[in-house]
Design a binder for this molecule. Structure first.
Ligand code: G3H
Ligand code: ZN
Length: 327
C-alpha cells in the first residue's frame, strides 16, 4: 500500500482540509522517525530528499531504494519527493532514479524563465507520470548552506498564467515564511490576504508552503543549555501555519524543528550520560525526538493525523485533482 501517486494524496488533502507534511530525511534514523510517525498518527506523509541530503548520502539510487523498501510495508500512504531540484539535469536524474514527485526551484529566475524551465521539466516528468512542484516568488533564509535575504512575495495576479503555462501540478508560494528562520525581534506573519487571493485565483489547485518549521525556541534553549551555541531565529508560529491549511495549502515543508529536536535530545542525553559511548544509545534518543516532533506537526499543525482510510485509496487510485491527469 504505502507508496502512492502524489495526485491522490493532494486530492484527499484538498478535499478534506488538511495538509501533507513533507519532511526531509538524510539517514536511517530520520527515515525511521518520519515513517514511524506517519504510521502511529495514521497519516499520509511525503518523505523528501534535499540537494544537501543527496550529497550526504552519497549514492542516491541506494538511498532511494532504501526509502522505498522501508515505506512499502506501511499501511499509510507515502510519497517520495525530491525537494528543491536546482536545474533540469537534476530533475531528469531524479525522475529517472524513480522519484514519483519532484520540485523544480526556479524561484530565482525571472517569471518567463521560471515558466520555461518548469515547462521543460514538466514535459519530461509528465511523460513518466511524475508530479511537478514549482515555486513562484522566493523565501528568505537558508537553503542548505546558502543564505539569501531575497524575499519576494508571490503576486496573486501572476499565479493563473504561471500554472497554465508551466503545467506544474502544485505551486509553492511565498507568503511570509522563511527557510530556517531569520534574525528578527518578532515572529514572522503570514500574509493571509495574499494567500486567500492566490487560492481564489487557483480554485482546486494545491498550494505548497516551504519554510513551515516554526523554530520552536524551547529546543534551542535545550541545545544551548547543554553546551550548544545555536542562534535564535524567528519564523511563523504554528497556529498561523495551521490557518494556511484552510486556504488551499496542501503540503507544508518542515525540517528545522525536527533537526533541533534531534540535536537537543542528543546533547541532553550525552551530557547526562557521559559514560555512554555506544552510538546506538544516543542516536535512538535523537530519532525518537525527531519522530515525536513529526507526530506533533501532524496532529497539531497540519491536521493530517487520523485522516488515513484504506478505502479512500482503493477507490480513488489513478485520479488526480487536476483537470489534466498525469497519473
Ligand atoms: O524545503 C524545505 C523546507 O522549506 C524547510 O522548511 O526551513 O522551515 O524547516 P524549514
Ligand atoms: Zn524549501
Amino acid at each position: 500500500m504505502a507508496l502512492v501517486k502524489p495526485g491522490i494524496l493532494f486530492q484527499k488533502a484538498y478535499q478534506e482540509g488538511y495538509a501533507l507534511g513533507a519532511f526531509n530525511v538524510f539517514n536511517l534514523e530520520s527515515v525511521q522517525a518520519v515513517l514511524r510517525a506517519a504510521q502511529m498518527e495514521r497519516s499520509a506523509v511525503i518523505v523528501q530528499v534535499s540537494m544537501g541530503a543527496r550529497k550526504y548520502v552519497g549514492d542516491l539510487d541506494i538511498f532511494l531504494r532504501l526509502l522505498k523498501m522501508m515505506a512499502e510495508p506501511l499501511e499509510v500512504p507515502v510519497c517520495i519527493h525530491h525537494d528543491h531540484c536546482t536545474d533540469f539535469e537534476i530533475c531528469k536524474q531524479s525522475i529517472d532514479a524513480g522519484f514519483s514527485s519532484i520540485m523544480i526551484d526556479g524561484s530565482k529566475l525571472t517569471f518567463k524563465e521560471n515558466i520555461r524551465l518548469v515547462r521543460k521539466v514538466a514535459d519530461y516528468a509528465h511523460e513518466k507520470g511524475v508530479w511537478v512542484e514549482a515555486e513562484l516568488g522566493s523565501l528568505p533564509g537558508f537553503e542548505d548552506d546558502f543564505f539569501s535575504e531575497d524575499n519576494q512575495y508571490t503576486n496573486p495576479d501572476d499565479v493563473g498564467e504561471f500554472v497554465r503555462e508551466s503545467t506544474c501540478d502544485s505551486l509553492a508560494v511565498a507568503v511570509g515564511t522563511s527557510h530556517g528562520g531569520v534574525k528578527a525581534d518578532q515572529d514572522l506573519k503570514i500574509d493571509m490576504e495574499r494567500l486567500q487571493k492566490i487560492s481564489n485565483n487557483l480554485p482546486g489547485f494545491p498550494l505548497v508552503l516551504h519554510g513551515g518549521a516554526s523554530i520552536t525556541s524551547s529546543y534551542i534553549d535545550t541545545i544551548n543549555h547543554y553546551g550548544g551555541k545555536v542562534e535564535y531565529m524567528k519564523n511563523v508560529p504554528e497556529p498561523l501555519i495551521r490557518e494556511t491549511v484552510k486556504l488551499g495549502v496542501c503540503k507544508v515543508n518542515m525540517d528545522v524543528d525536527n533537526f533541533n529536536a534531534y540535536t537537543a535530545a542528543i546533547r541532553r542525553y550525552m551530557t547526562e550520560n557521559p559514560a555512554i559511548y555506544d552510538p546506538r544509545k544516543y542516536t535512538a534518543v535523537g530519532r525518537d525526538a525527531f519522530m515525536n516532533e513529526v507526530r506533533h506537526k501532524m496532529s497539531e499543525v497540519i491536521l493530517s493525523s487520523g485522516r488515513y482510510k484504506a478505502s479512500d485509496y482503493a477507490k480513488d487510485l489513478g485520479k488526480s485533482i487536476r483537470t489534466v491527469d498525469h497519473d
